[in-house]
Design a protein around this ligand. Structure first.
Ligand SMILES: Cc1cc2nc3c(=O)[nH]c(=O)nc-3n(C[C@H](O)[C@H](O)[C@H](O)COP(=O)(O)O)c2cc1C
Length: 215
C-alpha cells in the first residue's frame, strides 16, 4: 500500500504488488485515467501495431455488472477504475494508421529493415493471412499483456495501487459488454488506493529462473 508518488523506477517495480482491497471512496478523473492508459499504450508491440483496447470501468452500475463476470471479486467495484485490457486479433488493420503519418513525415527509417513502406505493410498482411491458428491470439495476448504490465507500473509510479485479474469469464465479458469479435479479453486490472496491503509474496531467485545459453 502506498500513498506517495514513486519516481525511482526500481522502487516502483519492487513495491508493486497485487492489491485486492481498495478504497471505494477514491475516484480518478477521466484525464488521470487517460494519462495512465497513454503510458500503458507506450508499451512496445510487434510492428508497433498496438494490439490493445482498454475498457475503463468507472461507472458504479457498469462495475456492478462486471462483478459477477469477474467471479464476484469485489476489487472490480471498489477500485477507482477497473480496466479490461483486450487484445486485438486483427492488429494488421492498424498498420496503415500507424505508419502512414510516419511516411508522410518523411521518416524513412520508421520501416527500417524493409525496402519500402509497401513491403512492410505487405509483410504484415501476409503474416496475418498465412498465420497458424494460434498466431493472432498469441500476438493479441502477448502484446496486450505488455501494455497491462506498463499500466500497473505507471499506476504505482503515480502513488496508486493495482491488481491484475484473470479470474473472470471471458465469454460472459464479451456478451455483457458487446465486445466485437475482433477483440479478446486478456486481463482485468483494478486501480485505486489500497486500504489493505497486498499479501506478501516471494519470487524464485535468479539461480532458479535463469538458464544460460540454452537448456
Ligand atoms: C495473469 C494474472 C492473473 C491474475 N489473476 C488474479 C485474480 O484473478 N485474482 C487475484 O486476486 N489475483 C490475481 N493475480 C495476482 C497474482 O496472484 C499475483 O500477481 C501473484 O500472487 C504475485 O503477487 P504480487 O503481484 O502481489 O507480487 C493475477 C496475476 C496475474 C499476473
Amino acid at each position: 500500500m502506498s500513498s506517495t508518488v514513486q519516481t525511482d523506477f526500481f522502487t516502483v517495480i519492487r513495491e508493486r504488488h497485487s492489491v485486492r482491497y481498495f478504497d471505494p471512496s477514491h475516484t480518478l478523473g477521466e484525464q488521470e485515467i487517460k494519462e495512465l492508459l497513454e503510458l500503458a499504450g507506450s508499451a512496445p508491440s510487434s510492428w508497433n501495431l498496438q494490439h490493445w483496447k482498454f475498457v475503463a470501468f468507472t461507472d458504479p452500475a457498469a462495475k456492478e455488472k462486471l462483478r459477477p463476470v469477474a467471479n464476484g471479486q469485489r476489487q472490480v467495484v471498489d477500485a477507482s477504475v477497473t480496466v479490461a485490457i483486450l487484445g486485438d486479433l486483427e492488429a494488421n488493420r492498424n498498420a496503415e494508421a500507424v505508419f502512414r503519418p510516419v511516411v508522410q513525415a518523411g521518416l524513412d527509417d520508421a520501416y527500417a529493415g524493409y525496402s519500402s513502406y509497401r513491403a512492410m505493410i505487405e509483410q504484415i498482411e501476409a503474416a496475418y493471412a498465412n498465420a497458424s491458428p494460434t498466431y493472432r491470439r498469441d500476438e493479441a495476448i502477448r502484446n496486450a499483456s505488455l501494455a497491462a504490465m506498463q499500466l500497473m507500473l505507471a499506476a504505482k509510479a503515480k502513488g496508486l495501487d493495482s491488481g491484475p485479474m484473470v479470474g473472470f469469464d471471458a465469454d460472459a465479458f464479451v456478451k455483457a459488454f458487446n465486445v466485437p469479435p475482433r477483440y479478446i479479453p486478456v486481463l482485468l486490472v483494478a486501480i485505486g488506493k489500497a486500504v489493505k496491503p497486498a499479501r506478501p509474496t516471494t519470487r524464485f531467485p535468479a539461480e532458479q529462473t535463469v538458464v544460460w545459453n540454452g537448456f
